[in-house]
Design a protein around this ligand. Structure first.
Ligand code: UGA
Length: 441
């Protein structure tokens, strides 16, 4: 099958590479010439484990190509995916669909023969209908179907999520289009992946409902964590105790500084707007959005209180800036609120992140950037872990203590154990667990 993927962001590039791995002929299209030129030379525009090898293998096998030429790519393809960005529109929280609609118009102009146009970008309910309208108005005689096929991949494990998904959702009632989608996903049928065929609207809503549910689950455990601190309970025991109930499930119950990234913040806001406009507000999600915003500020206050309540002139070492590990993505990362709040409170911040600093340098001002973790620590009044990169999980605590002015750690991801930190001589603050001081030696 011949596939064109319009947009080579996270979703587009990973999906394109994975479909070529399935054996299809895929052309990835992007307007950004430098991105395409880079891809021709094997340079990935994003950091995603395994992606470079996957791309290289499929390019070599001549199943995967890159181009800026949308017209020829569309003309030569059976299935066209729209995987362009849908950022939050300024002001009202709605998803900005201008890139999706522009792509639909260009596809319509170039289509040749029966074509399946698939929206893979996260798009609000009703977008598929609008895309269909645009194509129909541009090419009244064209033979095509518009299908919704949302992606559920996580950054950092995107390829695994694509190759072994919990489910595939396909929104269309057209049997002809369904048949094309079956062929496309054949390798997943063979491993008995559940495939949900549904209407386009349901499919579009499934994507938002899944992301907002997960965002709510995280926000729930974050609030329970706050309560744990007040009543001397341990949030990990509570999460385990409830998560073993199959109806609740153990995943996404890890407390932290609030969810971030390119999806949850944007999608929660967008669904809140859609729901309000539809006259059926989602009050739970409205609260989730509000709590998650407040939480990031509260994390800064927690750090300031760990250095004695006044950050003026204090040095704070920060480890991890990306919204989660194994990505270079800084979008809506909690660090973007926490670090400026510390600086505004008079602190000097030294920071290190294994992959995110290139991006972070454009987004955070007044930070002293370090080349590795220990460089952040000399004479620091507190060490803060914002993102749980593996290399921060086994710090040489003796070395850390000897470098710092005072042995204070604020661990916003609960990477360490309170007893271990107390025995190592630290004042240790984490999330949803009792704060501890050094054990008397
Ligand atoms: C999320 C969803 O997990 C994917 O299923 C979805 O396809 C994707 O959005 C999307 O819509 O494209 P992603 O944003 O890559 O994926 O990251 P997650 O691993 O879900 O993490 C999101 C945020 O929640 C991170 O800031 C993470 O630190 C936080 N989180 C996650 C927690 O605080 N606790 C948890 O238990 C899990």
């Amino acid at each position: 099958m011949r596939v064109a993927m319009i947009g080579t962001g996270y979703v587009g590039l990973v999906s394109g590479a994975c479909f070529s791995e399935f054996g299809h002929n895929v052309v990835c299209v992007d307007k950004d010439e430098s991105k395409i030129a880079g891809l021709h030379q094997g340079q990935m525009p994003i950091y995603e484990p395994g992606l470079e090898d996957l791309v290289e293998n499929n390019v070599r096998a001549e199943r995967l190509t890159f181009t800026t030429d949308l017209t020829t790519s569309v003309k030569d393809s059976d299935v066209i995916f729209i995987a362009v960005g849908t950022p939050s529109r300024r002001g009202d929280g709605h998803a900005d669909l201008s890139y999706v609609y522009a792509a639909a118009k260009e596809i319509a102009d170039a289509m040749d023969g029966y074509t399946v146009v698939v929206t893979k970008s996260t798009v609000p309910v009703g977008t598929g209908r609008e895309v269909e309208k645009i194509i129909r108005e541009t090419r009244p005689d064209a033979e095509f179907d518009v299908v919704s096929n949302p992606e559920f991949l996580r950054e950092g494990s995107a390829i695994e999520d694509f190759m072994r998904p919990d489910r595939v959702v396909i929104g269309t009632h057209s049997e002809r289009a369904q048949e094309f989608m079956r062929v496309l996903y054949r390798p997943l049928f063979l491993i008995e992946t559940p495939i949900v065929f549904t209407s386009r609207q349901s499919s579009e809503l499934i994507k938002y409902a899944a992301n907002t549910f997960l965002a709510a689950k995280i926000t729930f455990i974050n609030e329970i964590a706050d309560l744990c601190e007040k009543v001397d309970a341990d949030v990990h025991d509570v999460a385990k105790g409830i998560g073993l109930d199959g109806r609740i499930g153990r995943k996404f119950l890890h407390p932290g500084p609030g969810y971030g990234g390119s999806c949850f913040p944007k999608d929660t806001r967008a669904l809140v707007s859609t729901a309000r406009d539809s006259g059926s507000p989602l009050r739970i999600i409205e609260t989730v959005v509000e709590l998650n915003e407040q939480r990031k500020q509260k994390m800064a206050e927690r750090i300031i209180s760990a250095v004695g309540g006044d950050a003026t002139g204090k040095t704070i070492a920060v480890l991890g800036l990306t919204f989660k590990p194994n990505t270079d993505d800084m979008r809506e990362s909690p660090s973007l609120d926490i670090v400026p709040a510390l600086i505004a409170a008079g602190a000097k911040v030294r920071a290190f992140d294994p992959e995110g600093m290139k991006e972070a340098k454009h987004m955070l001002e007044g930070v002293e950037w370090c080349e590795e973790e220990y460089e952040t620590m000399p004479d620091a009044d507190a060490l803060v872990i914002i993102t749980e990169w593996n290399q921060f999980r086994a710090l040489d605590l003796e070395r850390v203590k000897s470098l710092m002015m005072s042995p204070v750690m604020v661990d916003l991801r609960n990477v360490y154990e309170p007893t271990e930190m107390s025995n190592a001589g630290f004042h240790y603050y984490s999330i949803g667990r009792k704060s501890v001081g050094p054990t008397a030696q």
